[in-house]
Design a protein around this ligand. Structure first.
Ligand code: NAD
Length: 503
């Protein structure tokens, strides 16, 4: 059994194999925490290039006053290049960040097993391969653990600690403790496709791509909606363009394959087409957006408000729309409380305005004019809302826009697509997280931490679930499944328990 407790403290000598983007970042973090670090890469010159990058980054830290020059020198002193894998001998912990290919990682770990005593901990930074598979065939599998850093490893606080079937609990615990000592926040992630972050983030991309394909709105409008009404730091398409359309597609494809081709994770044709056309995002100058110098600025223009303010009424039970009603009143509008209106709705010149429940406005309106609002993460502060209208009534949106204007809210026109944007994405995120808990026992709190720190979400899916309430999430998903007949919207068995406080 590995001496996991030996990992504590900077006296542990760390080995890094593979010194590309991730390996170099992890080496820097370890050396900053006081460890001596040996670095090996199969590619000649790769270690020197990594040391150069680390040196530059630390110099930047000195310039910004985050580091003393003497500290920089001490950190660089602790980084020891080795030119053969045998140089890794004597390390108490070896972290691999080599190519993301199972056979490469397995071969490396077999080599390490020959070189290192049985108590040396072997960590893999794989982002998608089963830790059990990496350890397959080794004699001492208990010491193999997944330690998934995020890019850039120096700045991202989250690490996912992943136990394979044979991983010793003490080893995983020691890695979690070491993560904290290195200033990271560890979460226990299941050894299932995508671990936590890459798995729970799937609906953000998958639903957005479907919404784009169904013409909810053009990409810049969907991006603006999710950013400004949803509170996400980047819209899905600008994010995919930043990460790389091909990289994001590769993650989708790997999770799709690893889930036995569960159609919920099916990669979208739109994205495959972009990759086929070489539109890989920012790095190729074109993806969902055009980044060439002469490209037009993408437009996400709001609805032009009507000239006249309408008469407004609000349900006596405004629910999630309560803060919006307050804002309308604070903006100087007279909003009459009307007990005859259904809960969570308004009336604008006799036209009902309700929050989407996953049905289209046309279906829900049953022949009457109906406007549907998309969800906002915070109706008390959002400066943008999305809305749609039942068939033939899109000309009512300017009247809604003029009513929202005094409250400082711009209206984005959406097509009548079931569930709209923020609501649909949020409900699917909650469901995905609930499923991860259901089938892997992952702790809800770990999922929220992971999605906030690892994906930059404004709040974790459990917090979205508490905002929306379980019955609403279930209802939205039921409506989506009925509308599309698609099992991707099947409700997670744990949904009810997951969104209850203290579950
Ligand atoms: P990279 O291509 O930048 O670096 C990989 C390095 O490993 C290269 O320098 C290569 O020469 C070296 N290498 C390959 N095979 C080797 C071997 N057998 N022995 C020694 N060195 C070898 O890749 P990266 O982006 O740093 O990713 C490395 C690992 O980290 C992968 O498993 C990847 O999935 C994972 N990861 C990547 C990210 C990311 O955003 N880039 C995030 C988290 C995890």
């Amino acid at each position: 059994m590995p001496e996991a407790e030996a990992l504590q403290g900077p006296q542990t000598l760390i080995g890094i194999i593979g010194t590309g983007s991730m390996g170099a970042g992890i080496a820097q973090v370890a050396a900053l925490a006081g460890h001596a670090v040996r670095l090996f890469d199969a590619q000649p010159g790769a270690v020197q290039a990594a040391l150069q990058r680390i040196g530059n980054e630390l110099a930047h830290g000195v310039q910004r006053g985050r580091l003393e020059p003497a500290q920089r020198a001490a950190v660089l002193d602790r980084l020891q290049p080795v030119d053969s894998i045998a140089g890794i001998e004597g390390c108490g912990l070896v972290i691999e960040a080599v190519a993301e290919r199972l056979e490469v990682k397995q071969a490396l770990f077999r080599q390490l097993e020959q070189l290192l005593p049985a108590h040396t901990v072997l960590a893999t930074n794989t982002s998608s391969i089963s830790v059990t598979a990496v350890a397959q065939g080794l004699q001492h599998r208990g010491r193999v653990v997944g330690w998934h850093f995020f890019n850039p490893a120096t700045r991202m606080r989250l690490v996912e600690v992943v136990r394979g079937l044979d991983t010793d609990h003490a080893v995983a615990d020691a890695i979690s403790q070491l993560s904290r000592a290195w200033g990271k926040t560890p979460v226990d992630a299941p050894n299932t496709p995508g671990f936590i972050v890459n798995r729970v983030a799937r609906p953000y991309y998958g639903e957005s791509l479907r919404l784009l394909a169904e013409q909810l709105a053009p990409a810049p409008v969907i991006d603006r909606l999710l950013r400004e009404a949803g509170g996400f730091p980047m819209g899905p398409f600008e994010l995919i363009d930043l990460v790389g359309v091909d990289i994001n597609l590769a993650v989708s494809e790997s999770i799709f394959a690893a889930t036995q081709f569960d159609t919920r994770y099916a990669p979208h044709l739109l994205q495959q087409e972009l990759v086929r056309a070489g539109r890989l995002g920012r790095k190729s100058g074109r993806g969902f957006y055009d980044y060439q110098l002469d490209a037009a600025t993408p437009l996400a223009a709001p609805v032009e408000p009507a000239p006249l303010l309408p008469a407004l009424r609000a349900s006596a039970q405004p629910g999630l729309l309560g803060p919006l009603v307050e804002r309308l009143r604070a903006g100087g509008l007279v909003v009459v409380a009307d007990g005859s209106l259904p809960a969570e709705s308004l009336a604008i010149d006799e036209v009902t305005v309700a929050l989407t429940d996953g049905r289209t406005a046309t279906q829900r309106g049953e022949g009457q004019p109906l406007l549907l609002l998309d969800l906002a993460r915070d109706f008390a502060s959002t400066r943008v809302l999305g809305a749609t209208a039942s068939a033939g009534h899109h000309d009512r949106l300017p009247t809604l826009a003029v009513a929202l204007r005094p409250a400082g809210i711009e209206l984005l026109a959406l097509d009548d697509v079931a569930g709209l944007g923020v609501m649909r994405v949020a409900a699917c995120l909650v469901n995905e997280a609930a499923d991860l808990c259901t089938w892997t026992g992952t702790l809800p709190a770990d999922i929220d931490i992971a999605m906030v720190l690892g994906a930059g979400h404004p709040q974790g899916p459990m917090a979205w679930g508490e905002l929306l309430g379980a019955p609403r999430v279930i209802k939205v998903l039921e409506h989506l499944q009925a509308h599309y007949g698609d099992s991707r919207y099947r409700r997670s068995p744990r949904l009810w328990r997951m969104v209850a406080p203290h579950s």
